[in-house]
Design a protein around this ligand. Structure first.
Ligand SMILES: Cc1cc2nc3c(=O)[nH]c(=O)nc-3n(C[C@H](O)[C@H](O)[C@H](O)COP(=O)(O)O)c2cc1C
Length: 368
């Protein structure tokens, strides 16, 4: 297996990394009351030591009363949580790594199994988290303005703490995506509309505010997905033309890198070619893209939550696409939960030492 193309350096604005491998953002819920601990810092530093090019943090929530549905998801606001993140980025830099926080607002959620609920009702474009399922309130214009500001504040803090980049979580059915999706955005004001471009206004305003806060030279990533947790086959953009009409205004607003979430990276996005989501996003925008989804594993990640294990699998198809220039960076999730050394093992061709994924890795922060 010739993996050289994964081990080329990459530079864009504030982001300078020695290889093309990105740790995918993965919620761990090990930050009591939203404050990342020393163990969280050690967990990320171990992945930096293991040669991950860019670490994206687990989703970390902005300063809104109902931005999270559980107390152990890290905050990206408040002096204690930000001190925790300072500790994380210092540890990652000391280990030679680069990192960006994944900035998140969950939007309207199901209540958490623990019974914990946030101090205010969940908020979203129409109070829905799934078609016809209401569990929160529709945001007022003031709520929307304050939320845009809170995204901007988180971005300013990310830069101030010394992170190398940041990612906005616009995927998987959470707040920004709830605005994109016509099944959860029923608004008839300027934040809604019949077309995806109209429903992108919230994302565009968030991106513009973030860009204003971080300046031109800080790399901004936006994560997107066509699929939703309750609708795997959903397509926000049904054709390449619709994809272009969706992504280019987001790029114009200030996105540098599109992180294109799929469950399986080899699945074609549209009928006319074998290009995947990241491949099409790069083709229609000319921007840098990240692919993700079952890289190096036999099974996909939602099945992992139901307890399914996965074995290591070949990287040949990934490398074929990368060598063809389909995408620039490759995100890897579950392999890095159980094995901080995964990248190093790939570089050194130690494939017989790869561990795969078992659900035990979800229950702890594996440090070695
Ligand atoms: C435990 C776990 C937590 C996750 N949390 C997040 C998250 O906070 N934000 C996000 O965008 N994706 C999240 N994901 C999705 C991953 O970023 C990634 O897209 C997915 O696991 C597919 O990559 P993989 O097949 O390499 O694991 C999570 C996945 C796992 C397994």
């Amino acid at each position: 297996m010739k993996t050289d193309s994964l081990f080329r350096p990459f530079s864009l604005k504030s982001l300078n990394i020695p290889n093309r491998i990105v740790m995918a953002p993965m919620t761990r819920s090990f930050s009591p009351n939203g404050v990342p601990t020393d163990t969280v810092a050690a967990y990320y530093a171990k992945r930096a030591e293991g040669e991950v090019g860019l670490i994206l943090s687990e989703g970390t929530v902005i300063n809104r009363p109902s931005s999270s549905n559980e107390p152990n998801v890290p905050h990206f606001y408040g002096s204690d949580a930000l001190a925790g993140w300072q500790n994380v980025i210092n540890a990652v830099h000391a280990a030679g790594g680069a990192m960006g926080p994944q900035i998140w607002h969950m939007g309207v959620m199901n209540n958490h199994a623990s019974g914990w609920t946030p101090p205010k009702l969940f908020e979203g474009p129409s109070g829905l988290n799934n078609p016809n399922l209401k569990n929160g309130v529709a945001m007022t214009d003031n709520d929307i303005a304050d939320t845009i500001k809170a995204f901007g504040q988180a971005a300013a803090d990310a830069k101030r703490l010394g992170f190398d980049t940041l990612e906005l979580h616009g995927a998987h059915g959470y707040l920004i995506d709830q605005f994109f999706w016509d099944a959860t955005n029923l608004r008839t004001d300027k934040w809604g509309g019949k077309t995806l471009t109209e429903r992108s206004r919230f994302a565009i305003e968030v991106i513009k505010e973030v860009r204003k806060q971080v300046g031109d030279n800080f790399a901004v990533i936006l994560r997107l997905s066509q699929w939703k947790g309750t609708a795997y086959d959903n397509k926000l953009a049904a054709t390449p033309q619709e994809l272009e009409a969706w992504l280019n205004p987001l790029a114009d607003a200030g996105v540098d890198i599109f992180h294109c979430s799929q469950r399986r990276f080899w699945e074609p996005e549209f009928d006319e070619s074998d290009l995947n989501f990241a491949g099409w996003a790069k083709k229609v925008t000319g921007k840098v893209t990240i692919t993700v989804g079952s890289v190096g594993l036999t099974g996909e990640f939602l099945a992992a939550f139901a307890g399914e294990s996965s074995q290591p699998s070949s990287l040949d198809e990934l490398l074929r696409r990368m060598d063809r220039g389909d995408f620039d960076l490759v995100a890897v999730g579950r392999p890095l939960l159980s094995d901080p050394q995964w990248v190093k093992k790939i570089r050194e061709q130690r494939t017989d030492e790869l561990k795969g994924f078992t659900k035990d890795a979800l229950a702890e922060l594996v440090l070695d």
